[in-house]
Ligand binder design. Structure first.
Ligand SMILES: [Zn+2]
Length: 282
């Protein structure tokens, strides 16, 4: 992606270097659990995000010393966020709506959000409760090493996907789906979760469409996003982790579905066409 020398977003909150203490249950303990929907980039156990828990060390004011590589990555992420602001402000305006820009929190090790405390192992996530995206930049390396999905646009897709959850929150979709959670069995709710996630992939594709319009895409970018979308499919992750798949437990969709909805968004470039909830086949 063409990004060097371009302006970053004003909505980046740098909390790196403050998460060293890890995550511990707060005094209130488990009794204070609030059922807030949280959107992790990866499937797996959301128990890693502890409602009612707090990170044990957020107080240090020592500035984080970043490496040259981390600095560049932070700048890149900031430009991507700025690009999502431009695209979604425009698309919302076309619908007569106002786009409220989310904040992107950079952290290391562990972080406190309105959805609970989280360690970096959960991967990037979005919390509707504070409308913030949380990313430990080491995920870029993880994409490359663990998921064999290298490249700057793989990371851009991750951010655009989380911003997609923010779009769902502004459109009221997150709230509607969250309301279903207490009424449905885990398996039934998982089906809604998959539709949510595929819609976020669609919205990431919509964003990529507008990046193409602005001539910011380089050859290979879309392939990088597709490789990442494929690598984080539930079937792929489960096969790798346990050797078999349990479709009822899917929360994010298969590799094939994730690629397909990203592609659909990329081809359409509009909010319409992304109604995964009423699509007959996914
Ligand atoms: Zn997601």
């Amino acid at each position: 992606m063409e990004w060097k020398g371009r302006k970053g977003s004003a909505n980046v909150e740098d909390r790196r270097g403050r998460g060293k203490g890890g995550v511990a249950l707060a005094g209130g303990g488990i009794g204070g659990i609030i059922l807030l929907l949280i959107f992790t980039f990866l499937g797996g156990d959301p128990g890693e995000i502890l409602n009612g828990a707090q990170t044990t060390n957020q107080g240090t004011s020592v500035p984080y010393e970043e490496t040259a590589e981390e600095k560049e990555l932070a700048e890149f992420v900031s430009v991507v966020l700025a690009d999502t602001e431009v695209v979604w402000t425009k698309l919302f305006r076309e619908q007569g709506l106002e786009y409220v820009e989310p904040t992107l929190v950079l952290y290391t090790d562990s972080v406190q959000s309105a959805c609970g405390a989280a360690g970096a192992s959960v991967g990037p996530f979005y919390c509707p409760g504070d409308q913030k995206l949380y990313i430990d930049l080491s995920f870029y390396q993880e994409l490359q090493d663990k998921f064999q999905a290298p490249g700057d646009f793989a990371m851009a897709y991750v951010i655009a996907h989380e911003v997609g959850h923010h779009v769902q929150t502004l459109l009221g979709i997150s709230e509607q789906v969250n309301a279903l959670r207490s009424k449905l069995s885990k398996e039934e709710f998982n089906k809604y979760s998959v539709r949510m996630e595929l819609q976020a992939d669609y919205f990431a594709g919509v964003w990529a469409n507008h990046q193409a319009d602005m001539n910011y895409l380089e050859s290979g970018d879309i392939e990088e996003a597709m490789t990442a979308a494929s690598a984080v499919g539930d079937d792929q992750i489960q096969k790798k982790a346990q050797g078999y798949v349990v479709p009822d437990s899917f929360t994010h969709g298969t590799s094939e579905q994730r690629k397909r909805w990203f592609t659909k968004g990329f081809e359409n470039g509009t909010i319409e066409g992304g109604d995964t909830f009423n699509a007959s086949g996914l």
